[in-house]
Design a binder for this molecule. Structure first.
Ligand SMILES: Cc1cc2nc3c(=O)[nH]c(=O)nc-3n(C[C@H](O)[C@H](O)[C@H](O)COP(=O)(O)O)c2cc1C
Length: 341
């Protein structure tokens, strides 16, 4: 396939894209990938500078910094990044600056691991969840968040977004997948609350909608805001595309600019590593049924597959994970192939 692409004059992958005030140089997003390399205080270090910086040197249009917790107990493990202190934000600043110098834009994924936290560090003195039910037999018993604590977390997402914006981050992505805290609220398999944040579809989605509204207010009208959303729980009785679509329409009205389509992880045995998922199809459904731009993330392991997802109108951006781990300069090699013609 590399040969066929070599003789193609233009690739949609290399087209720029404007979202709000941001001009992305091409359609390739480096997928968020936790590095488990932060120090105990959740700060980035030289590992992150090299990890993200090399992909920026390699031509990626948008470098998405890994899942960064909005509160201490939101860190899933001792090596997780945080964005709940000014020191953590300051540690990101040189990474953002370096990536910008290479022509890349930078996003950061804001999240909270919820009941899936390993609590393997002093930083994690408490595991919290939508309810007191642990993820599985070897997970910690979470503290069920009170409505007031949920409100504090909504505010924490806004504060983390403001910190990111202050150090020059261009895009915010909210992590609402993988069975982490926001997804735990969305899924009827895991949200057994009553009251404002659970019990029916409207209440189950309130936490995410409140977060999107707060983050949009915190980062201003010019900054793109993405949501990595589980479109399907991959489990009977769970949340599926028909449930996600109305929520995506609400997210869009609240200021979300793109859906990064994901699936699974809410309950044991139902992750996308265990059950095959057609991510292109999920993203295409969202794009077609809501008109909201989408990102395909997962299983794109060649330029042909990435180009096909864009050309097939399944998505507007393609997120690449493991391929960029093995070849940080993949995008530049594509540019050279097309220019060599
Ligand atoms: C080492 C590693 C860490 C990951 N960490 C995150 C993360 O922080 N946030 C997230 O949403 N997904 C995370 N993912 C999932 C990736 O973003 C991506 O969706 C997945 O790897 C599938 O894309 P790929 O087939 O191109 O690798 C991670 C994946 C890997 C391999």
């Amino acid at each position: 396939m590399a040969d066929r692409l070599r003789f193609k004059e233009t690739l949609m992958l290399l087209d720029p894209l404007k979202i709000r005030d941001l001009e992305l140089p091409n359609r390739v997003v480096m997928a968020p990938m936790s590095q488990r390399s932060a120090d105990q205080t959740g700060c980035a270090n030289s590992w992150h500078l090299v990890h993200y910086g090399s992909r920026a040197v390699g031509g990626v249009g948008l470098v998405m910094i890994e899942d960064s917790a909005v509160s201490p107990e939101g860190r899933g493990h001792g090596g997780a990044l945080g964005l709940y202190t000014d020191e953590q934000a300051a540690a990101l600043a040189p990474i953002v600056e370096f990536c910008h110098q290479q022509g890349a834009k930078v996003g950061v994924q804001l999240g909270h691991t919820g009941r899936k936290a390993f609590a393997d560090s002093d930083a994690l003195n408490q595991v919290v969840g939508a309810t007191g039910a642990p993820f599985n037999a070897s997970s910690h018993q979470p503290h069920a968040l009170t409505d007031e604590e949920i409100g504090d977390l909504v505010a924490a997402f806004g504060q983390a977004a403001a910190r990111a914006s202050q150090v020059g981050v261009d895009v915010i992505e909210i992590h609402a997948s993988h069975g982490y805290l926001i997804h735990e609220f969305l899924s009827p398999l895991t949200n057994h609350r009553s009251g404002p944040y659970g019990g029916d579809p409207e209440a189950n989605s309130r936490f995410l909608l409140d977060i999107v509204e707060r983050v949009r207010a915190a980062c201003g009208p010019g900054m793109p805001l993405f949501v990595r959303l589980a479109i399907d729980d991959l489990a009977d009785g769970g949340w599926h595309a028909d449930d996600a679509i109305p929520v995506i329409n609400q997210l869009s009205r609240a200021g979300c600019d793109a859906i990064d389509a994901a699936a699974g992880g809410a309950v044991e045995g139902a992750s996308s590593f265990e059950i095959p998922v057609d991510f292109r199809n999920l993203a295409a459904q969202v794009r077609e049924r809501t008109g909201v731009p989408t990102i395909v993330a997962g299983g794109i392991s060649s330029a042909e597959a990435a180009e096909a997802a864009l050309a097939g109108s399944d998505c507007d951006l393609v997120a690449i994970g493991r391929l960029l781990l093995t070849n940080p300069f993949w995008v530049n090699s594509l540019k050279e192939s097309t220019q060599a013609r």
